[in-house]
Design a protein around this ligand. Structure first.
Ligand SMILES: Cc1ncc(C[n+]2csc(CCOP(=O)(O)OP(=O)(O)O)c2C)c(N)n1
Ligand SMILES: [Mg+2]
Length: 696
């Protein structure tokens, strides 16, 4: 296509670059016939200012640990980010962290926006596209992640910087929209960031007065700036998104503010330049249409028929701006790091390992071993002990709880844990997320994305308060750890508001999520070992409030079977069972008691502990058939949760003892009786399935 670029010569390099961002976004959305062009059109100058003038980012080294993070929380404006990554010349990084010569996003990738297999999906996806720091799209998640990133930055700086070695001091810049600030998680996260005085955090709020349904005033009328002031943020206003000078000034105010996070309220026009859409209340989550594309380009003094045009000088402009600045800073940092590694080899090794999600040598030393004990200990208790041992071996294993640290047993109690992470003590390893499960979930993801290994605890029932972030951890393939205690009606008196029922099924249904519900203290040790070694999966440890017997492993199989997700705990004589009892967590000891009773009455039973479906399902068919032989159809599964999904293990001939209603408020013992979690009931169920003619 021959395009006259004559018209462009009078535009300044800034305007030319900004309009390139806009028109690439317009063209990509138009070609895909899907997506949101309006937000990139309005926000192009904002992204341009941040990247070109402020962001310390080396496009040649996208994983540089010191880099400022840029988060597009308004993920629906994904073309804005893709345009920036392309124009800045960010290079692709492969799964071994090698920087390749090819670009992270090419012009062809932009032409393939939203197509199957492209690296320019509808919303930015972290593991797919180099330069995308986190997956966004579900509004509120990106701002939540950014608080975790700012936390990680503060923590890394406090732990690893040394006089003369400013290794970690990065800023986190976020573009967020009305939706991000309407979502509860955005408010939780902002409140937490203000409380923690995270001065490395800057949110640029696209105050465009419009959401999908119409004017933002239909559903939002608070003074957002005043709200953030009340949270303890510094609030700055930029009356016009196209005013680069005002944007620069506001960003400098952020840089100079050292005692709190900054919100820059930027007034913008969605679909800026589009004569029809910008001032209307029409839906804007759709392509402009060919005619309006042309008119918009005209308003930018752009060749109206040019498509995916990158005028001469634009790529050079980015190379001379963010490229040169980032490159020089990165080189200086790399030299500094060489010197640091000489003086502090151990710390440098830690930094290298955490960035690669590698564990330190000896990470599993001194883990407890629990002697057999009929009374036993709650798995939350044993998990807390294991966590404390692991955290002494892995200095960047850090986390806390959403105000339930005492219940979740997530506190690190050894010397050197550094106390609580708070303003004035960013080196602390104990985090208090407050009663903000969702922000905790989002923040944990942001922390994981910066290299530290985060864990967070709450009652299992409240996983639902943070589920969207848990889901995104799985989608992003990051190893966030969840410590979920009080895992069933076994928690007793708190009653049905606190007793999880469907949560096991719901988490098991998340692709790429590792759930483990250990049966006793030694299974907890093995579960933590599995979880610690994960590099690309989030994990949930589902733990009991109540004490569970510590099984006698001289009598029963070793707990190392946990690594396979399920294993034969005790078998029928000759390994030829007539019936298989399958349990997880607290129900395993119930199955064992039933086993004893069945055995003494002459029945041939086997007990399988199945703490993790996720792990078990990925074992070889021969192993799975060894544990659950297809020929043995008489099976009983026992679990204090929804029966959903158990059919695949018990088959047509089996029976599931599970929860089909909500629980109740009463002492746990009474609840077990009321809901049928008794030895007698398990034995009766076993006899029932054994008696079925089809199972013989
Ligand atoms: C949690 C969540 N709910 C709903 C949506 C669907 N959605 C995409 S954009 C949008 C709102 C757009 O308004 P705003 O956040 O102000 O962004 P703007 O259109 O102004 O860029 C909505 C509801 C979403 N992405 N995430
Ligand atoms: Mg809006």
């Amino acid at each position: 296509m021959v395009v006259s670029e004559q018209t462009l010569t009078h535009l300044s390099l800034d305007t030319l670059s900004i309009n390139t961002i806009r028109t690439l976004s317009i063209d990509a959305v138009q070609k895909a016939n899907s997506g949101h062009p309006g937000a990139p059109m309005g926000l192009a100058p904002v992204a341009y200012s941040v990247w070109q003038q402020f962001l310390r980012y080396d496009p040649q080294n996208p994983l540089w640990p010191y880099r400022d993070r840029f988060v597009l929380s308004a993920g629906h404006a994904s073309m804005l980010l893709y345009s920036m990554i392309y124009l800045a010349g960010v290079r692709k990084v492969d799964s071994t962290h090698k920087v390749l010569s090819e670009p992270a996003i090419s012009l062809d990738d932009i032409r393939n926006f939203r197509q199957l297999g492209s690296n320019t999906p509808g919303h930015p996806e972290y593991h797919l596209t180099t330069g995308v720091e986190t997956t966004t799209g579900p509004l509120g998640q990106g701002v939540g992640n950014s608080v975790g990133m700012a936390i990680a930055g503060a923590w890394l700086g406090a732990r690893y910087n040394r006089p003369g070695f400013d290794l970690f001091n990065f800023n986190v810049y976020v573009i967020c929209s009305d939706g991000d600030l309407m979502e509860g998680v955005g408010s939780e996260a902002a409140s937490l960031a203000g409380h923690l005085k995270l001065s490395n955090l800057c949110w640029l709020y696209d105050n465009n007065s419009v959401t999908l349904d119409g004017p933002a005033s239909w559903s939002l009328s608070e003074d957002v700036g005043a709200r953030f002031k009340a949270y303890g943020w510094n609030v700055v206003h930029v009356p016009d998104a196209n005013d680069l000078e005002a944007l620069g000034n506001a960003l400098r105010v952020f840089q100079q503010t050292k005692d709190r996070p900054t919100l820059i309220v930027v007034n913008s026009h969605i679909g800026y330049g589009s004569p029809h859409k910008q001032d209307t209340n029409a839906a804007h989550g759709e392509p402009l249409g060919e005619e309006e594309v042309r008119l918009s380009k005209k308003s930018y003094d752009w060749p109206e028929d040019a498509k995916f045009l990158v005028p001469d000088g634009v790529l050079d402009n980015f190379r001379d701006g963010i490229g040169r600045r980032g490159g020089e800073l990165q080189k200086k940092w790399a030299q500094l790091f060489v010197e640091y590694a000489k003086q502090f080899p151990d710390l440098a090794d830690q930094i290298n390992r955490m960035q690669r999600r590698e564990l330190p040598a000896g990470w599993d030393k001194n883990l407890p071993n629990f002697p057999a004990d009929a009374k036993g200990v709650a798995t939350r208790e044993s998990a807390g002990k294991v966590l404390n041992a692991l955290a002494q071996n892995i200095p960047w294993l850090i986390g806390g709880s959403a105000d339930l640290a005492t219940s979740n047993k997530t506190s690190l109690k050894f010397d050197g844990a550094g106390g609580d992470f708070k303003a004035g003590n960013y080196a602390g390893r104990n985090f208090h997320f407050g009663v903000r499960e969702h922000a905790m979930g989002a923040a944990l993801n942001g922390m994981a994305l910066c290299g530290v290994r985060p864990y967070g605890g709450t009652f299992f029932n409240f996983v639902d308060y943070m589920k969207p972030s848990v889901r995104l951890a799985a989608l992003m393939e990051i190893p966030t750890i969840y410590v979920y205690t009080h895992d069933s009606i076994g928690l007793g008196e708190d009653g049905p508001t606190h007793q999880p029922i469907e949560q096991l099924a719901s988490l098991r249904a998340v692709p790429g999520m590792m759930l483990i519900r250990p049966a006793d203290a030694n299974e907890v040790v093995e579960a933590w070992k599995v979880v610690t070694q994960l590099t690309h999966e989030p994990a949930a440890l589902v733990l009991s409030r109540q004490a569970l017997p510590t099984l006698d492993r001289t009598k029963y199989a070793s707990a190392t079977g946990v690594a396979k997700g399920g294993y034969i705990l005790v078998d029928a004589p000759g390994g030829k069972p007539e019936v298989i009892l399958i349990g997880t967590g607290s129900e395993v000891s119930l199955c064992l008691s039933a086993y004893e009773q069945l055995s003494s009455s002459g029945a041939k039973a086997r007990v399988v502990s199945l703490p993790s479906w996720d792990l078990f399902d990925r074992q070889s068919e021969s192993y799975r058939n060894q544990v659950l032989p297809p020929s043995v159809k008489a099976r009983v599964a026992v679990e204090l949760g929804s029966p959903l999904g158990w059919a695949k293990y018990v088959g047509d001939g089996g029976k599931v003892i599970a929860m089909t209603t909500f629980g109740a408020s009463a002492p746990a013992k009474e609840l077990m009786k009321k809901f049928g979690f008794t030895v007698d009931n398990v034995v009766a169920a076993a006899k029932e399935v054994m008696a079925k003619p089809a199972n013989k």
